[in-house]
Unconditional design. Structure first.
Length: 184
């Protein structure tokens, strides 16, 4: 099934927006690689399969809605208390949700084909706006893709513990898997 030209609503009702982190430092084996779901977000996409340059996308994500879904690796399994503590650190020390309640993305250029597209745009988080490139595919009424974000470019100091022996890697991967729901 091909994608029909038109406007689409994006959000958690139709898809997933995930953040993947990795560990670094001497104590990396004690930590976990995390999969974090953004649970409150919404967006709009205008898609023109015949002319990808005529397509656009905007997304807003609530910085208070990041929930740890999974932790892999590590010496011990991730507990519910660990998840709560990580989510609090993300809100208070990484994304500063009180001062910066939203992360926004606005496309500036869409290229490629409907099957394999690239979206360039501006990502605003923690008060800084920088360009980002997203790679994706459209198939079966779904959009899938990812982008790698280097936290320090936005002025975010990646989380570290145990005097820096355990750190979250500076690069995090944002992944999406979305069903395309036509706007009503």
């Amino acid at each position: 099934m091909g994608i029909t030209a038109g406007s689409y609503t994006l959000g958690p009702e139709s898809g997933r927006l995930l953040v993947h982190t990795t560990r670094a430092g001497f104590g990396a084996k004690a930590g976990h690689d995390l999969t974090i779901a953004v649970t409150r977000w919404h967006g709009d996409a205008t898609i023109d399969p015949a002319d990808p340059a005529g397509s656009s996308v905007t997304v807003e994500a609530d910085t208070g809605s990041f929930e740890v879904q999974k932790g892999t690796g590590g010496v011990k399994p991730l507990t519910a208390a660990d998840r709560e503590e990580i989510e609090k650190i993300i809100r208070e020390k990484i994304l500063h949700s009180g001062r910066h309640p939203m992360i926004t993305f606005r496309s500036s250029r869409v290229g490629g084909t409907a099957e394999s597209f690239q979206v360039e745009g501006d990502l605003t988080m923690v008060g800084a706006t920088l360009p980002v490139a997203i790679q994706g595919t459209l198939a079966g009424g779904r959009a899938n893709g990812s982008a790698v974000i280097v936290q320090s470019r936005w002025g975010i100091r990646p989380y570290s513990a145990f005097f820096g022996a355990l750190k979250v890697g500076d690069e995090v991967e944002i992944r999406f898997d979305l069903g395309l729901v036509p706007k009503q």
